[in-house]
Write a protein that binds this ligand. Structure first.
Ligand SMILES: [Zn+2]
Length: 162
């Protein structure tokens, strides 16, 4: 058990915060004390910045899922997810007309493709979790404009998930 823990520690590569500080590994009770469902999960935290990111729990190195985000970036990411939801729902509506077995996840990857193309980045690098504040703001306006444009074109009315 101890040896296992040591081996795991040796594999960890702590991400560095934008302020230059090496992040510390904590459990969810530190960053989300009020959300019990996070308490068994790992997070990389920079205390001075109050910035953190979740981890890929299944990766041996507990790879961060995105960049360490402070309150401002977390708020922008939330807004970006909201705007992106509208976009993939339009896509879902569109593809499920032709394919009744269409999945949400295929609609999400199509929508990420649309977004990536307009942001000028490869689709496999386009993830809201990895965006900076500037990229979040850019993505929000792309999602809103494109979402409305496609809704009109495809005659879709959909309410964003809240
Ligand atoms: Zn920091």
């Amino acid at each position: 058990m101890f040896r296992h823990t040591l081996r795991r520690l040796a594999m960890l590569r702590a991400p560095v915060c934008e302020c230059g500080q090496v992040a510390e590994l904590v459990m969810g009770d530190v960053v989300y004390p009020e959300v019990a469902s996070t308490h068994h999960k790992h997070y990389w935290l920079c205390r001075p910045c109050d910035a953190w990111t979740s981890c890929h729990e299944n990766s041996p190195s507990l790879k961060p899922t995105g960049r360490l985000a402070n309150a401002e970036l977390r708020a922008e990411k939330r807004k970006t997810h909201g705007a992106f939801d509208v976009l993939w729902m339009v896509g879902f509506h569109r593809i499920s007309r032709f394919n009744p077995n269409a999945s949400k996840s295929s609609a999400i990857s199509i929508a990420y493709g649309w977004l990536a193309e307009r942001m000028g980045m490869p689709a496999q690098r386009c993830h809201i979790g990895a965006f900076t504040i500037e990229q979040c703001i850019q993505a929000q306006s792309i999602c809103r404009n494109l979402g409305h444009e496609l809704m009109e074109r495809y005659n879709v009315s959909t309410q964003p998930r809240t």
